[in-house]
Design a protein around this ligand. Structure first.
Ligand SMILES: [Zn+2]
Length: 213
């Protein structure tokens, strides 16, 4: 019964939680805009949305994010930049679609964010960190499919990061190769995932099998 529920997108989406699902939706928005697909949200103690942001480092300047078009316009920074200095962040949780980089981790520490969570290790790291605990493997696949498709669209299929990912995350690259690029460019993330959800779940299972040895 649990297995059947996990295979169903709407059930999985309902179980995913706001931090995971909204971070991924924002990453998907970055993909649609031609940017780097990373999204982040800040939630309060009750799990309500306080602020959100997506990577805009590669967006043209002039949008509504203060940092847009600058090298520090990471998803987490854009989310934090929407919170007042006077706010007590100690009870807040920042969720990102990917493990925060050194800059964003330092910003979270500096601003006193109570907890930092992420959906997937950063595929742009030479040595990606361990998988996050408490996040279903299918969301990790979704996060990395979005990220790597964004890199492919921006830098081409021979981008070093994609070549490296073929060794580090073969199931994700196989999935990327199997789906049409336009499949991910739907108005909403759920529309993109619906037709390929069984492939996402299968990739997550194969990845887990590889890791378990
Ligand atoms: Zn960052």
């Amino acid at each position: 019964m649990m297995c059947a529920m996990a295979l169903d997108l709407s059930s999985a989406w309902g179980d995913g939680g706001l931090g995971v699902c909204r971070s991924l939706e924002l990453a998907h928005q970055s993909l649609l805009c031609g940017g780097l697909p990373v999204g982040a949200v800040v939630l309060d103690l009750d799990g309500e949305l306080v602020a959100e942001g997506r990577n805009r480092a590669y967006d043209p300047p002039g949008g509504d994010d203060r940092l847009q078009g600058s090298p520090i316009a990471h998803a987490e920074m854009n989310a934090l930049a929407r919170i007042a200095t006077s706010a007590d962040m100690s009870t807040m949780t920042l969720w990102s679609s990917h493990q925060p980089c050194a800059m964003c981790a330092a910003a979270c520490e500096f601003t006193g964010v109570g907890s930092v969570r992420f959906v997937a290790p950063d595929p742009s790291d030479d040595q990606p960190g361990p998988d996050p605990s408490g996040v279903e493997g299918h969301w990790l696949i979704v996060a990395n499919v979005l990220f790597l498709e964004g890199v492919r669209a921006y830098s081409g299929a021979s981008a070093p990061m994609l070549v490296r990912a073929r060794g580090l995350e073969p199931e994700t690259i196989d999935l990327l190769d199997a789906i049409a690029p336009q499949q991910l460019r739907t108005a909403t993330l759920q529309e993109a995932l619906g037709p390929i959800w069984h492939q996402v779940v299968s990739a997550a299972q194969r990845r887990q099998h590889r890791i378990d040895g």
